[in-house]
Design a protein around this ligand. Sequence first.
Ligand code: C2E
Ligand code: CA
Ligand code: CA
Length: 860
Amino acid sequence: MSKPGLFQKIQDYFCRANGVYLSCLNREDGVITKAYGTENEKVFLHSIAGESRYMNLLSRLEDCAVESVIEEPLDVEYAKLYGVSVSVDGEQKLMWAALALIDEKIPDAVREKLPQGILTTTEQGVSLALEFLELLTRQLLITMKNESLANEALEKIKKSDEEIKLQCHMLEALNSVIKLLEPDDSFVSTAEKALESTVKALGLSGAFIIRQNVDGASFEVIVSSGDNRLKTIGTSEVPFFTGRQYIISSNSVRPEKFRNFMGKYAINAAVFQPMYINNNCQMYVCFYDRNESRTWEKSDISFLNDTKCVIQSVLSKKITTNSLAGSYASLEAILENTGCGIYVADILKQELLYMNSWCKVLLENTIEQNGLENHVLLDAANTKSFEEIYSVEEDKWFDVHRTDIKWVDGRQVRLVTLYDITQKKRYQQKMETQANNDFLTGLYNRMRCEQDLDRFINDAVNSNSTGALIYIDLDDFKHINDGLGHQYGDVLLKAISHSLTHVHGIENHCYRMGGDEFIVIVAGEPMSQLEHIINDIQQIFVKPWYLKGEDYYCTISGGVAFFPTDATTVEEVIRKADIALFNAKKEGKNRIVYFDGTIDGKSTKRLDLEKHMRKAAMNACEEFKVYFQPIIDVTGEDTCAGAEALVRWNSSMLGFINPADFIPLAEYLGLINPIGEHVLYEAAKHCKYWNDMGYPDYKVNVNLSVVQLLQNDVVKKIKKVIDEVKIEPCNLCLEVTESLAINDMVRMKRILSEIKSLGVVVALDDFGTGYSSLNHIREMPIDIIKIDKCFIEHLGDDDFSNAFVRMVSELANAIGVKVCVEGVETSGQYDIIKNMGIDYIQGYYFDRPMCISDFESKYI
Ligand code: C2E
Ligand code: CA
Ligand code: CA
């Protein structure tokens, strides 16, 4: 059967079984199945979700590389439109459009007009069903993809129609089991209640329901009530599982098997009743008494029988089309035949409930060495939902998925699937080491870059021409990667690579050097267009990238070196472009800098700087001194309101270094975290001292780098300092800058709100220079805006600066945020500012940053 035909069948069965309307599409052929439903139904559904919604959904689905299920909003609440994207190895293969009517939400007025027989479902039902649909289709596609398997499968499929029928039948069966797996423990709890009231009414010791497992040999107590000793029952000692009813009073004569069983569990009288499901004796309900004088009366038995019937009907109701055992068996049959290892474990009870034979093959050595249960249970207890692991025992790579589901009997279990990805992994490794291409992006890799560059340099020397190498590094890519997860980072890298190769003139000369670093070589004819090319590259980053439902901006820094003018060897050209790149970062990122011989001397210091900074940071940060610059309250008598803590590095090896010269590198190396913590601690400690010395309102401002802000435990760290130093939280002000990396406004707001909930004050630093917009400050949970000093520099002669400061001040007043102006140096500037309704001034006009003893002798 052709693919579309198979998907048509899957679709139609799936729709019927799950009450959703589906249609299946792929990129090449568009719609490949006929949408499910009668004409009447289709007309009605069309009135809820018309063409345009579908088109919208599809274009979103085509763009979305990571999420597998997305929802397209509709006007009515009772209907949901979803798109399910099915990808294999990161490539989108199929899409399902699903429309579901949520039964509990359908208003009566609408219900009256519904076409007869229209399918409805529950909200939970849909999401489970779609998840499963995705899993199932993907599994199917993987199987089809795997060449040999696919051929085999195709052969089989062609061989007989019978098999397809069987497949569809299994699918149908599986669907009904999936329904049983829906989180809903009504069976167990209803049965429990029924047993409980019966036990109470007849004054019995207890009751339980026992089920025979599929293997036919072991038994399991699935519901129990009364005294708790009968939770588990050993295998092969269950005498009553014959399909008949047994009534044993305390004085009855009993066969040996029953004597043993009842003796073992200290039961003196019992009634064992079979429960039939679809004419099959699947379970027994047992009522027992430890009392030595229990004689069962006729009325007792009929009461117990009634209880049994109730439980039986609850169960039958739950299992509408297929019997539990039948479905379970079908499920098992299907799971046995999938190409991946699957097992199910009850972690609480430390029990392995099911394992398909493929899994036993995959884990052959592991099982032999560690014992089956041990290994499997240990792994099932792992809480990661997805992991790629390497198994030493098997010398294999696996994709491991772990999901918590309700098992057929209602209990919470862990479903673990293992896909053998060894071949893919080996191939990937081979590709990565041997070939020229970068596996993720498809660009050429470092090795190829070096080969090409060598050739280009030679060509340039021989033809007396010049070429350029542009070293590109994404700004703050780490934040996107850490914030959204690697898979999104990968999506971004791929998208960027794709765009780079579409820049005219460098199509075949883009390389990925690893991580978020790229190289572009411009040589020969395109060299005349260098400026153009650089501009085109920068244009790529002007627009946002759509990731995880939101727009993300990402900027780049670049360094350009010319060959053979700047250098004549591969290594040197790359190094010099890298030096220029570092300078671009240092100058504030988001720019392209050309290598310049005069910066070379300085940059050789970069390595020294790096080495010494690591050492200094290791060394309890003692070389990092905190200076203080007073902040003056200008709303009244110009009194000191506190100070901003500014770090300086007094390096024993390199001398005195200003923050502008080492903070960017410290951020780049991640060393800003220990250094920043040191500054925070020192600053808070001194402020607490000032507060105790008669200045209870002095505040200290501490700069918090974006890198620090994005650490997971940043709030905990701040709280720790507050607790240790015992500073009033409201006397600590943290200054943050708005960075492009945090265009994830939601995240930024969350982090700042958490910080604020400690009682700490938050200031937005360098306002006006970055990407901060006035809109943002309205949304952000901040208390103070610090207007950047570049606006003050031109205050007298630049209308814009004047207007800007005034406007920010007015807006801030309106929304209850205070304003601090930085960089006030002259009395002229001071006079202008003074009348603008500003709250604080910080600048050389009052004082420069000074060491702690100077600050304290002047202001304390
Ligand atoms: P910033 O946060 O904007 O700090 C204010 C800077 O402006 C300080 O430079 C200060 O000395 C300078 N300044 C103050 N008044 C005037 C003035 O009237 N005229 C002029 N021209 N400049 C003035 P500094 O101390 O060199 O610090 C530079 C930057 O380094 C800071 O800018 C801040 O972004 C960063 N920085 C300093 N200490 C730390 C720290 O502990 N952690 C972090 N993450 N960054 C820090
Ligand atoms: Ca600051
Ligand atoms: Ca500032």
